[in-house]
Design a protein around this ligand. Structure first.
Ligand SMILES: [Zn+2]
Length: 499
């Protein structure tokens, strides 16, 4: 009730502020000037994400503690403030910070934007997956396969130029180090003009490693456990849902993929009953309209069998290099009639606005096509009408700060547009996109970066985590349960952190 009255007060305060602050009649008397300044500042505060959160006593205490740590850290780090530079430059300063350790234990709700073969632990891939029998490395630069591609083959069916990892390890003591280097980004990638080419090469390299059925099962379970330990309780993975194979020549795609993934989730839930997962189908935006139509048709066939698992449709790949979103309008329009035929809904969850180009207007299409959320939306700030629609319609932005920096879209995270989106009350959830390729685990680094770079407070951290559940594709019942679980975990974390 108290917070409701406060909201009513501040909203009317905000509505009336123009009568209180007339720029033409501003007094140069100090007290009157400061009052006007305060009115302007508070009228902005009312708009912010997190304004509606009221903190209890313990939370207030934790907030003061975190804000003090944040201030001290910013003051001490000066020009070496990690979010203002490329992630890898001052990463050790994040690892050793008290805030990182505190946020690591913070319940984070859902990870709404992550890719199925880039969500886990790169070191696990090198140290465990690539040690499995029958793993081979493409040891040629002839361009037929990407150099360093990994794949499993039966001993009598190994193609030319593929060398067993056992042999390579015998010949090179530092092979594992080299492999990790080939599968991840590092400081060398800053300002790279070919970062997306390198990014796609990494996906190609590890595809044959992760998609080998025994690896896929162990990898996905391990990746989920890494996220659970990092405070994530629900995931929505983007996946092409194809390519899983075994050495007997079987391939598991679409419904076959869904079955395997569903079994892994059920297995994880035996130890973590609160864990939930959904899939958003992700095709490639560089493809032909026919192929995109096939993706959409396939999705309905999968959804018929797994209606609660497959929740949406998306296209992925470098936005500036791929087709514009409106290139596929005819195909996207056909979804409506398919929804009637199948009596199933397949909403869009478009990756869009992942661009620095003023001419990139894909967000208009994403919104007109009723996207449920927006993957990235970095350039939304260019389109004021869309900003209003996104806010009023509750279209959540899946913001991945470190992905945006590492891939070269926003160099200094202090200047990331999401800071402004949060201040304008546009719903935002924090994601990590491809943490394994960025060579970190989980979601804490992204929360840490947002908290420090945008000087957030505990209200906003709580709001961002809650947004990830509120705007998830969980059913109404699942959502209620998930939020209840989250709030309990949150209270425990707050109690532990203020001791
Ligand atoms: Zn993505």
């Amino acid at each position: 009730m108290k917070s409701f009255l406060l909201i009513v007060f501040l909203v009317s305060f905000n509505a009336a502020f123009s009568q209180h602050v007339n720029l033409n009649e501003l007094s140069s008397e100090r007290n009157s000037y400061l009052r006007s300044r305060g009115i302007l500042y508070f009228s902005d505060s009312v708009e912010k994400e997190g304004f509606d959160i009221s903190l209890n006593e313990k939370e207030e205490k934790l907030n003061s503690y975190l804000k003090k740590l944040q201030r001290d850290y910013i003051d001490k780090s000066g020009a070496q403030f990690p979010p203002a530079s490329y992630f890898y430059k001052y990463r050790n300063m994040i690892d050793t910070s008290i805030i990182y350790k505190t946020l690591q234990k913070m319940p984070k709700g859902a990870l709404l934007h992550v890719h199925s073969t880039a969500m886990g632990d790169a070191e696990w891939l090198v140290k465990t997956a690539s040690y499995m029998d029958d793993c081979y490395f493409y040891n040629s630069t002839d361009g037929k396969e990407v150099y360093g591609a990994l794949h499993f083959y039966a001993a009598d069916k190994v193609p030319a130029n593929w060398i067993s990892l056992k042999q390579l390890r015998r010949e090179n003591d530092n092979f594992d180090e080299k492999l990790l280097y080939l599968l991840t980004f590092s400081a060398k990638d800053e300002n790279s003009r070919v970062i997306w080419e390198d990014f796609e090469k990494i996906f190609d390299r590890m595809g044959g490693l992760i998609e080998y059925l025994p690896v896929y099962k162990a990898y996905t379970k391990n990746a989920i456990e890494v996220l659970l330990k990092d405070g994530v309780q629900h995931i929505e993975i983007r996946s092409g849902m194809h390519g899983i194979y075994d050495l007997s020549g079987n391939e598991y795609s679409y419904a076959g993929f869904a079955k395997i993934f569903d079994e892994i989730v059920k297995d994880v839930r035996k130890s973590y009953p609160h864990f939930t997962a959904k899939i958003i189908f992700a095709g490639w935006r560089g493809n032909t309209p026919d192929k995109v139509m096939k993706y959409i048709n396939n999705c309905f066939e999968i959804k018929k069998l797994y209606p609660n698992l497959l929740v949406g449709f998306d296209l992925v790949g470098e936005e500036d290099a791929g087709h514009r979103t409106d290139f596929f309008l005819n195909e996207f329009f056909k979804k409506d009639s398919l929804e009637k035929i199948y009596n199933l809904e397949l909403p869009y969850y478009f990756h869009d606005g992942e661009s620095t180009l003023p001419s990139d207007i894909n967000l208009y299409d994403a919104i007109l096509l009723k996207t449920k959320r927006i993957g990235h939306g970095i350039n939304l700030f260019r389109f004021p009408t869309l900003e209003k629609i996104v806010k009023e319609s509750g279209i959540c932005l899946e913001v991945s700060p470190l992905s945006n920096q590492i891939l070269g879209y926003v160099q200094n995270l202090r200047m990331h547009p999401a800071s402004g989106y949060i201040n304008k009350g546009i719903p935002v959830a924090i994601s990590s996109d491809d943490p394994q390729i960025f060579n970190y685990k989980g979601l804490t680094y992204d929360f840490w970066s947002a908290f420090m770079a945008w000087e957030l407070d505990l209200k906003q951290l709580k709001k961002l985590a809650l947004n990830s559940l509120v705007y998830s594709a969980l059913s109404k019942e699942e959502k209620e349960k998930a939020i209840e679980y989250f709030l309990n975990e949150w209270d425990s974390w707050v109690s532990l952190s203020v001791q």
